[in-house]
Design a protein. Structure first.
Length: 206
C-alpha cells in the first residue's frame, strides 16, 4: 500500500453529521478521536465535580488537565512543563505555569518517534502529505476554556508548526500558548503568548 493512495480517505468534508447519524461518503474513511480523548475525559470529570458543588479542584488525565479555584495553599494551581528532551526521566522542567479556572494540554514529538538510519521521524503525521511532520516545533502547551479544546489545538499545532500556530492563537481570544522550538543553531528557545507571560516561570538552566 502506497501512502499517496490513502490520502483520499483523509478528508473531513467526506463526513456529514446529522443529529445522531454519521455518514461517510467514502467507506474507507475512519474517524479517530484519540487526539482529544484525554482532554474530553478531563472535562467530563471536572463537570461532575462542579455538579457536586466542588469549587476547588485539579483534574488530570495523562498530562492534560483542568483547574478551578485554588490549591490547598490558597494559591493558583501550578503546572510544570517538561523540557522536551529524550530520556527526561527525572522530569527536568522547562517552565511552570500558574493556572486560573482554565484547561491545559501539551503535545510534543520528543518522546514518540521512529528512528531509521540515524534519522528521527515524528509520530505526528501531516494529513496533507501522509508523512511525519518536519519542522522546528518540539512542544506546545495550549490553555483554553475546556480541556478537549486545548487538546485538539495542541495536536493541530504540532502539525502546523510554530508560525502558523502563533497566528491562530493571536486571532483567537480564547486561546493562549507556550511553544518550545529549535532555532537555526539547533538551540532550544521558547515563546509565550502575551496574556500568559506573567503566569510563567522559566527554567533557564541548560
Amino acid at each position: 500500500i502506497f501512502i499517496d493512495s490513502l490520502l483520499k480517505f483523509v478528508d473531513f468534508n467526506q463526513v456529514s453529521i446529522n443529529d445522531s447519524l454519521v455518514m461517510k461518503i467514502n467507506p474507507g474513511t475512519m474517524l479517530d478521536f484519540n487526539a482529544i480523548a484525554q482532554g474530553y475525559s478531563v472535562d467530563v470529570l471536572a463537570l461532575f465535580l462542579e455538579e457536586k458543588g466542588i469549587e476547588n479542584y485539579m483534574v488530570e488525565v495523562g498530562g492534560e488537565l483542568r483547574v478551578k479555584g485554588v490549591n490547598k495553599n490558597d494559591t493558583l494551581w501550578r503546572v510544570g512543563i517538561d523540557k522536551p528532551i529524550e530520556n527526561n526521566r527525572e522530569r527536568e522542567l522547562q517552565a511552570i505555569i500558574s493556572l486560573e479556572n482554565s484547561s491545559l494540554a501539551t503535545s510534543g514529538n520528543y518522546r514518540k518517534f521512529y528512528e531509521k538510519d540515524g534519522v528521527k521521524y515524528s509520530h505526528t503525521i501531516n494529513p496533507l502529505t501522509g508523512y511525519p511532520v518536519q519542522h522546528s516545533l518540539l512542544s506546545v502547551t495550549v490553555i483554553a476554556p475546556t480541556c478537549a479544546l486545548a487538546d485538539a489545538y495542541a495536536t493541530a499545532f504540532m502539525v502546523l508548526g510554530l508560525e502558523k500556530s502563533k497566528q491562530i492563537v493571536e486571532n483567537n481570544p480564547d486561546l493562549e500558548a507556550f511553544f518550545i522550538y529549535s532555532n537555526e543553531k539547533n538551540e532550544m528557545e521558547t515563546f509565550a503568548t502575551k496574556q500568559i507571560r506573567k503566569f510563567i516561570e522559566l527554567n533557564d538552566t541548560k
